[in-house]
Design a protein around this ligand. Structure first.
Ligand SMILES: Nc1nc2c(ncn2[C@@H]2O[C@H](COP(=O)(O)OP(=O)(O)OP(=O)(O)O)[C@@H](O)[C@H]2O)c(=O)[nH]1
Ligand SMILES: [Mg+2]
Ligand SMILES: [Zn+2]
Length: 297
């Protein structure tokens, strides 16, 4: 049995698309029905029938995942950067953005934010919500990937070069449109309402890997929109570490184990009083702390 190495570029339930060294794509399943494989994984596989079997998953340099109350979900392995996409419309859910950034920080993955559909009038509301994120040092860029594709391409090219970037965001923010704008020959399905087919909106249902260049050094990953984002992988007592605006003040609290909720001489709450930590972020921290303090089963 000859083992080959390959890259998982697509996942459909128990089926995986593996790109072999010769760049052929092979339909594979995982030996022993394990579900430990995710897009971005480097794997060892062998030929079986007209497809293949994944025998082993090689060690990862990164894994972005979320832990909901009852299940965990891996988004992608071996990515260098997370690009969270938010849009002027549908309106931005700040909690999802914050959670994605916390998960990335916890996983040691660099994260940036792209505000898409900057052409729409509602963009100003999104800009206001993003203000605390800009202030805490999260890079935030703006684009209109559909209506000003040339500018978007020019802006994104240096950001995406030489990196593996995962696009993440709610349904309808324009992730697949972005893929089609920057990837030569990509045909990701986008959410235009298909009147001719009367088929309703197209929505992305699986994560897919797209090479950005012929030399296969840069890639961008499309993913399905998400609605929830559990952070049960993080201990409540550890939470503040992953919120840069809270963490910036935590060392000055009177108590080393301050939870920044009601302790005296809390430097985080003092900073919020002075307007240096936004009230929306402090509330978000409190709600998350509460959520992560619930008993786990
Ligand atoms: N006005 C405006 N509309 C855009 C822009 N980019 C994308 N859209 C539209 O937004 C809708 C949703 O785009 P998609 O690319 O399918 O969104 P998605 O994030 O891939 O959505 P899911 O696959 O469901 O997660 C489509 O109708 C796009 O034409 C933009 O820059 N401006
Ligand atoms: Mg999509
Ligand atoms: Zn404190």
């Amino acid at each position: 049995m000859e083992l080959n190495t390959g890259l998982v570029v697509g996942a459909h339930g128990r089926h995986f698309i593996v790109e072999a060294a010769d760049r052929q794509r092979v339909s594979c399943h995982r030996r022993g029905k394990k579900v430990d494989c995710v897009v971005g994984d480097r794997v060892q596989w062998c030929v079986a029938g007209d497809g293949g079997v994944i025998e082993a998953v090689l060690p990862r340099r990164s894994l972005l995942w979320r832990q909901d109350r009852w299940r965990s979900k891996s988004f992608a392995a071996n990515i260098d950067r997370l690009l969270v996409i938010v849009a002027a419309s549908p309106p931005m859910a700040e909690s999802l953005l914050a959670r994605a950034l916390i998960a990335a920080a916890h996983a040691g993955i660099d994260a940036q934010v792209l505000l898409n559909k900057a052409d729409l009038p509602q963009a100003d509301d999104a800009r206001a919500l993003l203000e605390p994120y800009c202030r805490m040092g999260v890079p935030v860029i703006e684009a209109s990937v559909k209506h000003d594709a040339a500018t978007a391409r020019a802006m994104l090219a240096p950001l995406l070069a030489g990196q593996v970037t995962l696009l993440l965001g709610a349904s309808g923010v324009g992730k697949s449109t972005l893929i089609n704008t920057i990837v030569p020959d990509a045909t990701a399905q986008v959410g235009e309402i298909s009147r001719a087919l009367n088929a309703g909106r197209h929505t992305t249902t699986t994560t897919s890997w797209y090479w950005l260049d012929g030399t296969h050094e840069a890639a961008v990953l499309d993913s399905p929109g998400f609605q929830e984002f559990g952070l049960q992988q993080i201990e409540a007592a550890d939470l503040a570490r992953w919120l840069p605006d809270v963490a910036a003040h935590a060392a000055s609290c009177r108590f080393v184990n301050c939870t920044h909720r009601s302790e005296p001489d809390c430097a985080v709450r003092a900073a919020a009083e002075r307007g240096e930590v936004s009230h929306s972020r402090l509330r978000l921290y409190e709600r998350l702390y509460e959520e992560l303090s619930q008993p786990r089963y």
